[in-house]
Design a protein around this ligand. Structure first.
Ligand code: SAH
Ligand code: SF4
Length: 432
């Protein structure tokens, strides 16, 4: 099955997998086979065009009608955000009834919504369960409104198999790939919650930009390493950028990778989004510690892949992310080395103040140092914006995401140790 994914200790789809990194692999958990969201009646939300056509064929729609019906459904699901077949006014009543007998337009469940004092919103989303031992993975999606655009930060995996030492997500043990539907559902849920479908009234709570769409940009910077879930991320971004549906241009989609070098050319060719690289260090010895995948794909190889990234130009620069860790990677010599390393690559450098999380061992560089660092980079001719931390009060900032599933695991272990059954655990964890 093309989309069936597993929880395992390595990337799940086609990429050449990073072999044994010392101490950065995690254990297998739950197999995920469903292509679709929803229970007995599958949801059509999140399907690609070809899967949508297949579903119609399965329920006996005649071959000659399939293209037209699939286009109608595509429009209603991805352009209009329909939640009910009865809203599909250009679809005959009989057809609507047949569709409703077999399918739903259900979205995954929103467990909670938090709104930061700066308008950032974080949704904890529970995916449908895949089998009796899976209560449904929980992931976090963050919405960051600015005056003229709204960016949705999407997760590609539950947790992350990598263990970057400054990242909260990296401490989460449970890891599985999200399906295509689970990835795209995050955008659909955001549009639902923000009233961001044509003809809908914008949500009055929180903040939305003064722009046609509340969600105008996507960054794959939530939980997980997107290039370890290549096929599903590619298909989901195909749905997100389709001009007859969700219509987010590929130039407004940024994929951030820790540096899965062999997959970077394919990302350029098949996803065609903007690229961001989590660099964070300019020497291999330090990067091995901060971003352990560097042991497998060192800085020189990573930068070679960036030089060759399809479509890279001064108009389409690669973003290099650099987290500012006090006394670790923030010297002015580091800044100068950064400039030297990036020579010849159309680049911008995004300095990210370190966002602390419970138990983290780093502190953020002080503001004066971040400014000095930024000046060195800027004076060398690179844009060097400092990323304003957003949503810190609700643990929604970069690297702070870590889903409740993890709490559940800890709780489950505790309760099981004390002889209380799992049902009790689930009930309890809902009140956490
Ligand atoms: N796995 C991908 C994408 C998700 S992380 C990647 O690593 O690129 C998105 C960005 O947040 C990355 O640049 C990551 O290094 C950064 N980040 C992680 N933890 C952080 C923290 N605690 N403070 C600031 N940035 C962090
Ligand atoms: Fe994974 Fe990215 Fe966090 Fe590293 S920074 S642990 S790759 S999510």
């Amino acid at each position: 099955m093309p989309h069936s994914t597993l929880i395992e200790d390595k990337p799940v789809s086609s990429p050449p997998v990073p072999g044994a990194f010392d101490g950065i692999e995690k254990s297998a958990e739950i197999a995920v086979e469903n292509l679709h969201l929803g229970g007995e009646r599958p949801s059509l939300v999140g399907l690609t065009r070809s899967l949508l056509a297949e579903k119609l064929k399965d329920i006996g729609v005649p071959e000659r009608e399939i293209r037209m019906r699939a286009s109608q459904l595509w429009h209603w699901i991805y352009h209009r955000g329909a939640q009910d077949f009865d809203a599909m006014l250009n679809v005959s009543k009989t057809m609507r009834t047949t569709l409703a007998e077999h399918f739903t337009l259900a979205r995954p469940e929103i467990v909670s919504e938090q709104i930061s004092i700066d308008g950032t919103r974080k949704w904890l989303i529970r995916m449908p369960s895949h089998g009796k031992h899976d209560r449904g993975a929980e992931i976090e999606t963050v919405y960051i409104p600015e005056s003229s655009r709204g960016t949705l930060c999407i997760s590609s995996q539950v947790g992350c198999t990598l263990t970057c030492s400054f990242c909260h997500t990296g401490t989460q043990k449970l890891v599985r790939n999200l399906t295509t539907a689970e990835i795209i559902a995050q955008l659909i849920i955001a549009r639902d919650q923000l009233g961001d479908w044509p003809g809908m009234t914008r949500s009055a709570s929180g903040i939305t930009p003064n722009a046609e769409r509340a969600v105008s940009n996507i960054v794959l910077m939530g939980m997980g390493e997107p290039l370890f879930n290549f096929d599903n991320v590619r298909d989901a971004m195909g749905i997100a950028s389709d001009g007859e549906g969700l219509s987010i241009s590929r130039r407004r989609i940024t994929l951030s990778t820790s540096g899965v070098v062999p997959m970077i050319p394919r990302a350029g060719e098949e996803i065609g989004s903007m690229l961001a690289i989590s660099l964070h260090a300019v020497r291999d010895d330090l990067r091995n510690e901060l971003v352990p995948i560097n042991k497998k794909y060192p800085i020189a190889d990573l930068l070679d892949a960036c030089r060759a990234y399809p479509g890279v130009s001064n108009a389409r620069r690669i973003t290099f992310e650099y987290v500012m860790l006090d006394g670790v990677n923030d010297s002015l010599a580091d800044a100068r080395e950064l400039v030297r390393l990036l020579k010849g690559i159309p680049a911008k450098i995004n300095l990210i103040p370190f966002n602390p999380w419970p138990g983290s061992k780093y502190t953020c560089s002080d503001w004066g140092r971040i400014e000095q660092f930024s000046d060195v980079v800027f004076n060398a001719g690179y844009a060097s914006p400092v990323r304003t931390p957003r949503g810190r009060d609700i643990l929604a900032a970069c690297g702070q995401l870590k889903s409740e599933t993890e709490k559940l695991r800890a709780r489950t272990r505790l309760m099981l140790d004390s002889g209380i059954g799992a049902e009790g655990v689930y009930a309890l964890s809902d009140d956490d």
